[in-house]
Design a protein around this ligand. Structure first.
Ligand SMILES: [Zn+2]
Length: 113
């Protein structure tokens, strides 16, 4: 399968909606967001006082969704790739009221239930 921005965002949405837990709150000083995965659901934590919540959630979901595809790269290179994709995907979301609303609503739903 070949990733496109479309299929990647779709996979991120699906991962957020159906197989992840999201917690907003204070994290240690050196940590703004993290994710643990391997068993479903993935657990995402974001400290919204340090970073933008939506870009951080997209970033952590990219780790989950691209896990297999990024296996050939070490952790440092994975981080470079994911940071670039985070910016691209988040900019794409920013350009669409519909996409902004989907992410806002979904993140709110995840954190209030
Ligand atoms: Zn990362």
């Amino acid at each position: 399968m070949k990733w496109t921005l479309d299929s990647l965002e779709r996979a991120l949405r699906k991962a957020l909606a159906s197989s992840s837990k999201l917690k907003l709150g204070e994290l240690p000083p050196n940590l703004a967001a993290d994710v643990t995965w391997g068993s479903s659901p993935a657990k995402i934590r974001v400290d919204g006082h340090k970073v933008g919540i939506r870009p951080a959630v997209i970033h952590e979901l990219l780790h989950v969704v691209l896990d297999e595809d990024l296996k050939p790269f070490d952790a440092q290179i994975q981080e470079v790739i994911i940071e670039a994709l985070e910016k691209t995907i988040d900019a794409r979301v920013s350009n669409s009221k519909r996409r902004i609303r989907w992410w806002r609503t979904s993140i709110q739903t995840k954190t209030t239930k």
